[in-house]
Design a protein around this ligand. Structure first.
Ligand SMILES: C[S@@+](CC[C@H](N)C(=O)[O-])C[C@H]1O[C@@H](n2cnc3c(N)ncnc32)[C@H](O)[C@@H]1O
Length: 521
């Protein structure tokens, strides 16, 4: 692959052409281009529906032509005629695109050497969009990926980007930056960002993408894990690390973009154990990861609970918050990641790899693999006892305007505030029920008393909490006027219960509701 150039003049031309040609997420997803159905087929790894839809769109409206050409060339991987590409990139031209390292031209035919696509997002600073270059995917290549493949913005990348805490900090680290997507997101709220990767090609893409999208303040460093930042600390560390569990047997591809070369979940364990030493006091690390659960008799494979063990290994006290979002048995895990590498089911290769994955899990007695989000915070005061929180939240996410990053930040703030709130303080506090909390009651037919009362969170992780009559009444009375103690006293009278016993029952539940943002201080 030719090297990518970051010549400012050529990049300015490319930016201008991509804008003029309306190479945007809105245009591609709209009925003007390939629309929702072909978009879904693409997501499943099939490009024919999108190509047909683009052809029809151009027949209907020739103005769509330039964006269709760019999509066919850079996303679907079809060679395009020189005249069409010149029309889609009128100021850069084919020659300029060759000099940037984006295409190869032979006679009248132009082929993409990289994937380039629009990417749109909303974060605390508002709506924005970029164009992101990465290696061509299996769709365009028509086969398995190279082992040094540089990933574009995948589902996990977008998930982590959506989780990032929207807080202004001085310094941030993106470990395993790939095409640079997390570093670019973090640069929106960090004065300086260090982005590392073991792959020089990945750093080329990250540099190209930052320059193309005029994102400043990112320093790129080559090296493994924390080697390039030895002795340095950061306010915010983010990483979508190469966490995929891969059998260490000959013939199994070792994809750099997803596999850190270690056994089982050791790569994630190693990042979690080392990251504390690279956080400033109050600094937060946000990672994605996999963790293994072992069968009876195995030691140390405790699923999501292992994350706290790994953090403790580092010797730096850390608050640990794990949100487990998915669980897979070994077979489902093997299928997911063999397909991800571009090997199709039904082929000899697929079966050989499937054997290798199942053999590895069996040999190490792994019965389940969890996936989720890890948030680690170095307490501001070294004397604070670490708080460990492990949640299994496998359902859908809430719908609200603030986004998950804001929700995470509110939760961390609540944990911090509750550290110095004893029960007397909590009883004296005046809490308010969050606007997105609703209550469901279920009754046996003909019965006036509910058998189940559930509090439901509309935003955040859309948590549901089984509540009893007393907790539900307490939450309902939290309007910011009455103290928790006054509400507990009134409930004691109403229910004929002892105040102290009622407080002892309700206060831990109130703490939990404050932590999760269902009650606000
Ligand atoms: C799953 S990709 C994440 C890319 C990007 N940050 C994102 O969120 O889409 C993992 C990245 O880690 C890099 N990587 C693999 N092994 C590494 C190591 N030992 N140290 C640092 N980075 C590594 C890969 O090259 C790849 O770019």
């Amino acid at each position: 692959m030719p090297a990518l150039s970051t010549d400012p003049d050529l990049l300015a031309r490319l930016r201008s052409d991509l804008t003029t040609s309306a190479f945007t997420v809105d245009r591609l997803g709209s009925a003007d281009a390939w629309g929702a159905s072909a978009g879904a087929a693409l997501f499943r790894g099939e490009r024919v529906a999108a190509r047909r839809a683009l052809r029809r769109s151009v027949e209907r409206d020739p103005a769509v032509g330039p964006s269709a050409t760019l999509a066919l060339l850079f996303i679907l991987g079809y060679a395009q005629g020189r005249a069409e590409v010149e029309a889609a990139l009128p100021t850069l031209g084919v020659d300029g695109a060759v000099r940037l390292g984006l295409v190869e031209a032979q006679g009248d035919e132009v082929r993409a050497t990289v994937d380039l696509r629009p990417y749109a997002f909303v974060d605390a600073a508002g709506e924005a969009s970029w164009w992101i270059a990465s290696d061509l995917g299996e769709l365009a290549l028509g086969g398995a990926l190279r082992e040094d493949h540089v990933l574009g913005v995948g589902g996990a990348s977008a998930t982590l980007a959506g989780l990032l805490l929207p807080r202004t900090v001085d310094s941030a680290l993106d470990l395993g930056t790939g095409c640079g997507i997390q570093a670019m997101h973090v640069a929106r709220h960090a004065r300086r960002v260090v982005a590392t990767d073991i792959s020089p090609r990945a750093l080329d893409f990250a540099g190209f993408n930052a320059a193309l999208n005029l994102v400043d303040g990112i320093e790129l460093r080559l090296g493994s894990l924390f080697e390039p930042v030895a002795g340095e600390t950061f306010d915010h560390v983010v990483s979508n690390p190469p966490f995929v569990i891969t059998p260490r047997v000959p013939g199994v591809p070792e994809y750099e973009y997803r596999d850190g070369g270690m056994v089982g979940d050791d790569l994630v364990a190693s990042v979690v154990a080392q990251v504390g030493a690279h956080l400033t006091p109050g600094g937060v690390a946000q990672l994605l990861g996999n963790w293994e659960t072992g069968g009876a008799g195995t030691v140390g494979k405790r699923g999501a609970a292992s994350v706290a063990d790994w953090a403790a290994r580092g010797g730096v006290p850390l608050d640990v918050w794990v949100v487990e979002r998915e669980l897979q048995d070994p077979a489902a895990y093997a299928e997911t990641w063999i397909r991800d590498g571009g090997t199709r089911p039904g082929t000899d290769d697929f079966e050989r790899l499937y054997e290798a994955w199942l053999g590895d899990f069996e040999a190490r007695h792994v019965v389940e693999v969890g996936f989720g989000y890890v948030t680690l915070r170095r307490p501001v005061d070294g004397g604070d006892l670490p708080v460990v929180r492990t949640e299994r939240l496998l359902g859908g996410l809430g719908t609200d305007d603030v986004g998950l990053g804001t929700h995470l930040l509110q939760t961390l703030d609540a944990v911090q505030a509750l550290r110095s709130t004893d029960d007397a303080d909590l009883l004296a506090s005046r809490l308010t029920v969050a606007g997105d909390v609703t209550e469901e009651r279920h009754y046996w037919p003909g019965n006036d008393d509910p058998t189940v009362i559930t509090l439901r969170q509309g935003g955040g992780f859309a948590r549901t909490v089984e509540s009893g009559t007393a907790l539900s009444a307490l939450v309902g009375a939290c309007d910011g006027e009455l103290s928790v103690g006054a509400i507990v006293g009134a409930l004691g009278q109403l229910l004929g219960a002892d105040d102290e016993a009622l407080a002892a029952e309700l206060l831990p539940r109130v703490r939990e509701l404050v932590t999760t943002g269902m009650l606000r201080a």
